[in-house]
Design a protein around this ligand. Structure first.
Ligand SMILES: [Cu+2]
Length: 203
């Protein structure tokens, strides 16, 4: 790992994230979420105002497909380096092997973020060049996207522990990832939000 590069990229992020540290200045939260301080993070609220937790994981229109909406910086948790408000793997997606996964990535913030599916231990790397499953990343995931959205689709063909991680260098190391488990084909897709959350299974 190149520590100098890491320090530099963290230093570039800190002035923006540091301004979000004062919870007393937080405006009203996003419906259904706590700790949402979008104004301080410079979020374009219109990009996420329509979303609810039900959008985070849905069955797709076709059989054996799921649709995931992944919002970078939905809240100020982990200095904005979260997906749907969760970081450090603390939201857990489970998808059966062989199902097609359509991801709608949204970043309403001015700080570039991205999304890429990686093996779980790869979140400790400064950067990952390629997604583990073909198609499993936004384009130019190392550059990231600010104030934008992107879609990608992949079909995991192997069970195991993976992560949906931010591909912008150093962000996954800082906790910008959620857990993505590919489970046996006879299980149903599910999502658990937070360590104390209830696992919601899609019927
Ligand atoms: Cu990020």
């Amino acid at each position: 790992m190149n520590i100098r590069t890491l320090r530099l990229s963290l230093a570039l992020c800190l002035p923006i994230f540091a301004s979000a540290a004062d919870p007393a200045a937080a405006p009203e939260g996003h419906a259904g979420h706590t700790g949402h301080t979008g104004a301080l993070l410079g979020l374009k609220q219109e990009m996420i105002a329509h979303l609810t937790e039900a959008d985070f994981l849905k069955l797709g229109a076709e059989p054996n497909t799921v649709a995931i909406t992944l919002v970078a910086t939905l809240t100020d948790a982990n200095h904005g380096m979260n997906f749907n408000g969760y970081s450090h793997g603390k939201a857990v997606y489970k998808v059966p092997v062989g199902w097609k996964v359509k991801v709608h990535f949204i970043n309403p913030s001015p700080v570039p973020h991205s999304a890429i599916v990686v093996e779980s231990y790869d979140v400790k790397k400064l950067q990952v060049q390629e997604p583990y499953f073909e198609g499993g990343a936004v384009e130019k995931h190392l550059q990231g996207i600010a104030y934008g959205s992107a879609d990608f689709t992949f079909t995991p063909d192997e069970e195991g522990d993976f992560a949906l991680a931010c591909g912008f260098p150093s962000h996954a190391l800082a906790g910008h990832w959620v857990t993505f488990q590919v489970v046996p084909a006879d299980q149903r897709p599910s999502l658990k939000l937070g360590e104390d959350g209830e696992e919601k299974v899609l019927k």
